[in-house]
Design a protein around this ligand. Structure first.
Ligand SMILES: Nc1ncnc2c1ncn2[C@@H]1O[C@H](COP(=O)(O)OP(=O)(O)OP(=O)(O)O)[C@@H](O)[C@H]1O
Ligand SMILES: [Mg+2]
Length: 241
């Protein structure tokens, strides 16, 4: 089953938050998802531990994945779930190139800032290198993170122009800056276990995560074989671009 990798060599671009939102959303709608945590900060593993029985039934989190264990864990989980998601470190690391080699799709989270865009460009350059040298084309998209829903900054416009120039696919759904997306980590909650009386705009955060999940699933279906656990195996579809 496909491997979806999140990468940006700039720290703090919003990778782990995007992993959490997409993994929980896809598990909520019926996919069996395993997140391999190769981020040295281990936020997703800590979150999973805190979550305990509130964890969506179909979601697994594998802690402490390293360069030495990456290949083994991918092989182990690929046959057990519908989707493997990889969360990577936020700095240049050999693990990024290693992970690309196993990926069916790469999502590149980026805030609307020149520094994040440079981190995204490093990943895009690595993907182009793989295509040129090894003939391996890995489909990829940028997902904008921490976006202000009201104001479009000049920096954000600059990032969009750069992506258009480089002909890089941009997801239509950005991840909006929301308290709920921060609080899921500090409280060990999901968007569906949080109390709406204590978290502002929780309904909008859920809506954002749902739209994002649907768009990512549509992109994956375009390039990979992906079967929902709720459907019988015979209904698994192969959709090729
Ligand atoms: N959409 C968002 N709304 C609010 N806060 C956010 C959002 N996305 C990320 N953050 C916050 O930004 C910070 C960095 O996010 P995150 O840890 O997801 O980035 P990262 O790319 O995984 O970082 P690293 O490179 O260190 O692994 C965290 O404090 C997180 O709570
Ligand atoms: Mg991270």
């Amino acid at each position: 089953m496909p491997v979806l990798t999140f990468a940006n060599t700039k720290g703090g671009a919003g990778k782990t938050t995007a992993v959490l939102l997409i993994a929980t959303e896809l598990a909520r709608i019926g996919l069996r998802v395993a997140v391999l945590d190769a981020d040295p900060q281990h936020w997703i593993s800590r979150w999973h531990q805190q979550l305990g029985t509130n964890c969506p039934e179909r979601l697994q989190v594998v802690p402490y994945v390293s360069a030495a264990s990456l290949e083994r864990e991918i092989q182990r989980w690929q046959s057990a779930v519908d989707l493997v998601i990889l969360d990577l470190p936020g700095h240049r690391s050999p693990l990024i190139a290693q992970a690309m080699g196993h990926s069916d799709y790469v999502l590149i989270p980026s805030q609307g800032s020149a520094m994040d865009a440079q981190g995204a460009a490093n990943v895009i350059d690595l993907l182009s290198y793989l295509e040129d040298k090894a003939g391996v084309r890995i489909p990829h998209s940028v997902v904008l993170t921490r976006i202000n829903p009201i104001i479009t900054t000049r920096a954000l416009q600059g990032v969009k122009q750069l992506l258009a120039q480089k002909k890089v696919h941009l997801l239509t759904t950005p991840i909006i800056e929301r308290a709920a997306f921060r609080d899921v980590f500090s409280c060990g909650e999901t968007l569906y276990t949080m109390d709406p009386r204590h978290v502002s705009n929780l309904d909008r955060a859920q809506e954002n995560a749902q739209m994002l999940g649907q768009e990512v699933l549509a992109r994956l279906k375009r390039y990979c074989t992906i079967g929902a656990v709720t459907a019988p195996a015979s209904q698994t579809v192969r959709l090729v671009a």
